[in-house]
Structure formats: structure tokens, C-alpha cells
Design a protein around this ligand. Structure first.
Ligand code: SAM
Length: 326
């Protein structure tokens, strides 16, 4: 019988996001400050066998979905090998990856063959100058080549995540909607969250008016909730284009939260908007057995906060997003 991992509020925790590095080859201004020096020493990171052991424990407890993230997961050397190790684990039914796609042109096919079944690509603008200003690198052509390679490798549907900042212009959103509709990509608009100082500088965003505007401009209708995730969807009349909204700030969805996060250094974070964490790496390195790891995971999950504190105390989360595993 399938086991169920439940928190103290009766929510089923079936989704583990695993950060495989806190480094990134971009410096998105709302995520990782240019002058940030607080990276983990590489020796702090979990090794592949340690990640495998923890993911296996989560899978035995009932987690079925695993997403690799970071930092930029494709910058972790050997990422394709790690995918292979995790894809083989009993109970892992869905292995996905979040990436900025700068290196996807090279890695799409190997990742697909190794067992990644879904990819989300973060892309905030299709304007090359603005991309460079936002991320610190003139890498939009690499990202577009990465998207093309991901399509050829058979990743479908491809989801594009666009973070909406206080100064994101309507025409940029419209250009992205038109592009994703034409390319057959699912687009999700994400309200910037006050994670770390960089996140707070993004400004307070409420995309509810954007939802109303896009619904009318692109003649979209309510879509079905998909896959137990936080996005709410609008779809085109012919059903071929989906537009999702992740509204952590204007309309939180904590009551349906089904996920926890493992940092690159092996801390289990119970909520994106709360700093409480449990050091699973320390346990692993003490040489404890699997039963003890499972017991500690269960105990940690039981303490998952009811909801994030972004709106009540936006200054609370000081860690940067790339250390969190976004
Ligand atoms: N490098 C990978 C990528 O680009 O998808 C994975 C890590 S990145 C931290 C994951 C996601 O978090 C990206 O979509 C990024 O835009 C988003 N993100 C980072 N900081 C954020 C913030 N302050 N508010 C909302 N989303 C944020």
C-alpha cells in the first residue's frame, strides 16, 4: 500500500524539491545579489549518494515527485549521473527539473535519456537588453537555443516561469504570452516574493489586475486546476494554450501546500516563507540507519508551518533564493 507523509495540518506531502547547488550562472536581480559572497563551500554540499539516500527515504515515506533545482542545477558537475541515480529509485514517479536553460542546448537530450520527464524554464523577458540588465548576462540566445533543444529532446509540455516584478511592463507580459502561445509552451506568471534582500527589492506585486487584463485581451477562460501545484490556470478557447498564475503574495495557497525543500547542504526546509529547517546532512554523516532517517523526516514534516510569513513579516526571510532551492 502507498504510504502517506502528512504534516500537522493534514496536508499530504508528496513533493520534494532538491537543490543540488547554491551557485548560479545568472544573477537575477530579485534572486541573487551581484555582490553575494555567502555561498557554501562545495564540501558542504551533499554528495550524489547522500542525495540518493535521502530521496529514497522520502520515496519510501510516500513522496512520489522530485524536482531538481538550485541555484542552477545544470551547473552541478555530473548532474546527468545524479538524474540517472534518482530516476531508478522505487517510488519516484515524476522527476523534473527547474533551470534557466543557459546550458540546455548541450544537456537536454542527455537529461531526457537519464530520466528527467518534465522541465520548467525560468525566463522573465524576451528582450535581449532587458534580459542582460535583469540577469547580468547576455544569455538570451543561449536560453532560446536551450528551449529549442528541450523541445527536440521531447520535453512536453514545456513550462516557462516568468517572475513579475513591480516594474514589469504590460507589453513584456503580452509579448511573452504571445510567444508561449505560438510555441506551445505553458506560461506561468509568478508574483515576486520577499526572499532575501534581493527579493524584497523587487517590490510588492499583486498580479490580480494582470489576470483580469489577460483574460480579456487573450480571450481566456478558467482552466482546470492541474497536478496539485500552486498555479491557477486560464486556457484559450481551443484548449491549446494554458496560462498559470502563482500568487503567493496576493492570494496564498498554503492550505494546499504539498512540498518541502532540501538545500544543497542537506537542510530540510519546511516552508519557502519560513526559516525553520532540519539538518539531515548531519544525521547522514553520523552514520544513522534508514529507519532513523525516516523517523527524523516524519518528525520534521509534523512541524511544517501552517502558512508563509511573507505578507505579515516580509523582512523575516534573509536567506537568498538560490540557497533555498526555488
Ligand atoms: N536556476 C533555476 C531556474 O532558473 O529555474 C532554479 C532555481 S531558481 C531560484 C527557481 C525559480 O525561483 C526561478 O523561476 C526564479 O525566477 C524564482 N525566484 C527567484 N527569486 C524569486 C523571488 N524573490 N520571488 C519569486 N520567484 C523567485
Amino acid at each position: 500500500m502507498q504510504k502517506v507523509l502528512q504534516d500537522g495540518f493534514g496536508r499530504k506531502i508528496e513533493y520534494l524539491r532538491v537543490s543540488v547547488t547554491d551557485r548560479c550562472d545568472l544573477r537575477c536581480r530579485y534572486c541573487l545579489p551581484k555582490d553575494f559572497h555567502g555561498f557554501d563551500a562545495r564540501a558542504e554540499w551533499l554528495g550524489f549518494d547522500e542525495i540518493e539516500r535521502l530521496v529514497a527515504a522520502f520515496a519510501r515515506l510516500g513522496a512520489t515527485r522530485v524536482r531538481l533545482t538550485g541555484g542552477e542545477p545544470l551547473t552541478r558537475r555530473g548532474i546527468v549521473q545524479l538524474v540517472g541515480q534518482l530516476a531508478r529509485l522505487p517510488g519516484v514517479q515524476d522527476l523534473s527539473l527547474s533551470t534557466n536553460a543557459t546550458q540546455m542546448a548541450r544537456l537536454a537530450m542527455p537529461l531526457r535519456r537519464a530520466g528527467v520527464n518534465r522541465i520548467n524554464v525560468s525566463l522573465d523577458t524576451l528582450d535581449r537588453g532587458r534580459f542582460k540588465a535583469l540577469t547580468g548576462r547576455d544569455a538570451l540566445p543561449d536560453v532560446l537555443a536551450g528551449l529549442a533543444a528541450a523541445r527536440v529532446a521531447g520535453f512536453a509540455p514545456l513550462k516557462i516561469n516568468m517572475v513579475i516584478l513591480a516594474d514589469t511592463q504590460d507589453d513584456e507580459i503580452d509579448t511573452m504570452v504571445a510567444y508561449c502561445r505560438e510555441q506551445g509552451f505553458v506560461l506561468r506568471l509568478i508574483e515576486a516574493m520577499p526572499i532575501g534582500q534581493a527579493g524584497r527589492q523587487a517590490g510588492r506585486v499583486d498580479i490580480q489586475p494582470v489576470i483580469v487584463r489577460l483574460r480579456s485581451k487573450f480571450q481566456l477562460v478558467d482552466g482546470l486546476a492541474s497536478g496539485g501545484g500552486p498555479a491557477r490556470y486560464l486556457v484559450s478557447g481551443d484548449g491549446r494554450f494554458s496560462l498559470g498564475f502563482i500568487t503567493a503574495m496576493s492570494r496564498h495557497f498554503c492550505d494546499t501546500c504539498n512540498r518541502v525543500r532540501l538545500t544543497a547542504a542537506g537542510r530540510l526546509l519546511l516552508c519557502l516563507g519560513d526559516d525553520a529547517s532540519v539538518d539531515l546532512r548531519a544525521l547522514l554523516r553520523q552514520g544513522v540507519d534508514d529507519a532513523r532517517i525516516e523517523a527524523e523526516i516524519r518528525a520534521a514534516i509534523a512541524t511544517k508551518p501552517q502558512r508563509h510569513e511573507f505578507t505579515a513579516s516580509p523582512d523575516r526571510i534573509v536567506r537568498v533564493m538560490s540557497r533555498t532551492g526555488g
